[in-house]
Design a protein around this ligand. Structure first.
Ligand code: DC
Length: 221
């Protein structure tokens, strides 16, 4: 039996990998895994239950029994709509903190692998190609300069009515990058077999096309 095809898209915070991954999945008619959402949901559940974000055993227990449902365009946590809530900056920050805890990562591993179902999966995160789906047929490392990512995030937050400044966002992005890249377990990295896709000066449409072309080539070879 052939393995379920997987396209792994990893990259830093606010690089646009989620948008690109979701559009590639839609174009191919495949499933989509936003692995960052699982870390965000774990952080949110911990905060809602009053658990400190450095209490590893308690957070790992939360991650292992996370009651989530990914519906069409909606994410439920313990039955409540958490779609918008998990996108808050404070939850992204919390996600990055719980993501350094090894037993939390282990608790979420199988849950992520379960998303690989026919006809295929596009998964985005930090360690999709390196740890969760090392056998992925196509691996992409999608990035953009920190300034461009701060710019993109600023526009999103302003559109949502949040008050912030580009310099504050840039600082947050740089801190998050440093934490995600330097943690000992499953750090953000470009694996040797991943294609580098720098979208600093590239539209979303073009980035989607590059991934689809990459898949066409990988599936032929
Ligand atoms: O992609 P995101 O911004 O939603 O991810 C939030 C945090 O979750 C990120 O800072 C690090 C962590 N994360 C991770 O460690 N591994 C993943 N595969 C996805 C996210």
């Amino acid at each position: 039996m052939r393995p379920v095809p997987v396209i792994a898209i990893d990259g830093p915070s606010a690089s646009g990998k989620g948008t690109v991954a979701a559009r590639v999945a839609a174009a191919l008619g495949w499933h989509y895994l936003d692995s960052g959402a699982l870390y965000r949901l774990t952080a949110l559940a911990a905060i809602q239950h009053g658990v400190p974000l450095d209490d590893e055993s308690a957070i790992a227990a939360i991650a292992a029994s996370l009651d989530v449902a990914f519906l069409e365009g909606m994410i439920l946590l313990e039955g409540d709509d958490a779609t918008e809530l998990i996108r808050a900056e404070v939850i992204g920050e919390g996600a990055s903190k719980v993501a350094v805890l090894p037993t939390v990562r282990t608790a979420l591993l199988q849950r992520q692998r379960d998303f690989a179902r026919e006809p295929g999966l596009v998964a985005d995160g930090r360690d999709m190609g390196s740890v969760v789906f090392p056998g992925a047929q196509l691996k992409i490392f999608l990035t953009a300069s920190a300034e461009e990512r701060a710019n993109r995030r600023y526009k999103q937050l302003i559109a949502k009515g949040e008050e912030t400044t580009i310099s504050q966002i840039l600082l947050d992005i740089e801190q998050r990058d440093a934490r995600d890249r330097t943690r000992p377990i499953a750090p953000l990295q470009q694996t040797a077999d991943a294609l580098l896709l720098d979208t600093t000066e590239m539209s979303v449409e073009k980035a989607v096309q590059v991934v689809l072309d990459g898949w066409r080539e990988a599936s032929l070879g």
